[in-house]
Write a protein that binds this ligand. Structure first.
Ligand SMILES: NC(=O)C1=CN([C@@H]2O[C@H](COP(=O)(O)OP(=O)(O)OC[C@H]3O[C@@H](n4cnc5c(N)ncnc54)[C@H](O)[C@@H]3O)[C@@H](O)[C@H]2O)C=CC1
Ligand SMILES: O=C(O)C(=O)COP(=O)(O)O
Length: 339
């Protein structure tokens, strides 16, 4: 029997990778169609809450006719799409969380939703290290000086230089796929690692306030949840030792950005590095654009050549499990009875 699959991709996780991975995992019994969606349709919001997302709903509804399996990075599985897709049984999101799906409605409709945890963990951990080192060694600022024809010697002065990782302490807030990798990397530099993650017990685990007051480097790797919203506020930044460095490659909601700018303006923090922001793109006129000692990248920590390939493989492996009638490895909702 031929199973109809919709690959609804975009330029980040290309349809081609998804389709190649499906073909190599599952073989020839699939009738695969493609739908190319703009990026991003569903941005980096909380898991499982998407609804009435966008004007791609109609296109998606058309493309899902007769389709049993949809693999996608960005397509929104809203209540309306679900109601119009009675044949759909499996919706595979090739992202770190099933942010594209209304999980409650999917469960009620008997649609299993899978996701691809850890697909970009290596890329994000490596980017985190790059950002931490860039902020600590003032690489973007000194590069900009040189590119502008200025050779400044004063960066060498004692009061302008940053701390070393070897012999320092790195506090990791969140110890999942990315936090663990960053821990291994900074341990390789000879740093002590402290961890705050209420759901993980590991050597080096401490309470958040203790972590902040003992760490010369702090890196955020917790998920965006109501509990983590604004967890690093002005009072918590004040706990960090003077001259320390903060990195956020997780989510903008974890940190009070205004308080961070104050801590950089006052010189309390040596530097900070940010890949994620409360509003993306950063609005013109934002304080972040003029705050000193800040290194920023436009939400690209998770992007690498390998990320898209891993995502496609994780998704395809769950499609193959579904077709073999086996339990799904990364199912985000209670598996419907017909699986
Ligand atoms: N900038 C980028 O391009 C990327 C950002 N991310 C973000 O990085 C973060 C980490 O991602 P992963 O490691 O893949 O996720 P993960 O789900 O593997 O780990 C997240 C960890 O956060 C912990 N956590 C939950 N509540 C917490 C709390 N109140 N305090 C401290 N820790 C808490 C969880 O126990 C878990 O261990 C997420 O926010 C994710 O959205 C992920 C990939 C790329
Ligand atoms: O997690 C990120 O920030 C990404 O870049 C990709 O996110 P996603 O896994 O698609 O929610």
């Amino acid at each position: 029997m031929t199973v109809r699959v919709l690959a609804a991709g975009d330029h980040f996780v290309q349809n081609r990778l998804l389709i190649d991975a499906l073909r190599s995992e599952v073989g020839g019994e699939l009738d695969v169609r493609e739908l190319t969606l703009p990026w991003p349709v569903v941005p980096f919001g909380p898991v499982g809450e998407v609804d009435e997302a966008s004007d791609v709903e109609d296109e998606l509804i058309d493309a899902l006719r007769g389709v049993e399996i949809c693999v996608t990075q960005m397509a929104p599985l809203t209540r309306r799409v679900l109601e119009a897709a009675p044949d759909l049984k499996l919706f595979c999101v090739s992202r770190g969380g099933p942010v594209n799906a209304n999980l409650e409605a999917a469960t009620a409709a008997g649609v299993a939703v899978t996701f691809a945890p850890g697909r970009n963990a290596v890329a994000t951990a490596e980017h985190t290290l790059a950002m931490l080192l860039a902020a600590t060694r003032r690489i973007p600022q000194t590069h900009a000086d040189l590119a502008g024809g200025v050779w400044r010697g004063d960066y060498y002065m004692y009061d302008k230089v940053g701390p070393e990782l070897e012999g320092g302490t790195v506090g990791l807030v969140g110890y999942g796929a990315i936090g663990r990798r960053v821990a291994r990397m900074v341990a390789g530099f000879g740093a002590e690692v402290l961890v705050f993650d209420p759901y993980v017990e590991t050597p080096g685990s401490v309470e958040l306030d203790e972590l902040l007051s003992r760490s010369g480097f702090v890196s955020l790797h917790a998920r965006a949840t109501p509990e983590t919203t604004g967890m690093i506020d002005a009072a918590r930044l004040a706990l960090m030792p003077p001259g320390s460095v903060l990195v956020n490659c997780a989510r903008g909601s974890l940190l009070d950005y205004d308080a961070l700018c104050d801590a950089l303006d006052s010189g309390h923090l040596f530097g900070a590095a940010l890949d994620v922001f409360p509003e993306e793109p950063i609005p013109p006129g934002s304080r972040l654009l003029t705050t000193p000692n800040l290194v920023m990248t436009p939400h690209l920590a998770g992007a690498s050549k390998e990320t898209a390939v891993k995502a496609a493989r994780i998704v395809a492996a769950d499609v193959a499990r579904y077709l073999r009638g086996e339990p799904l490895a990364h199912c985000a909702n209670p598996a419907p009875a017909n699986l």
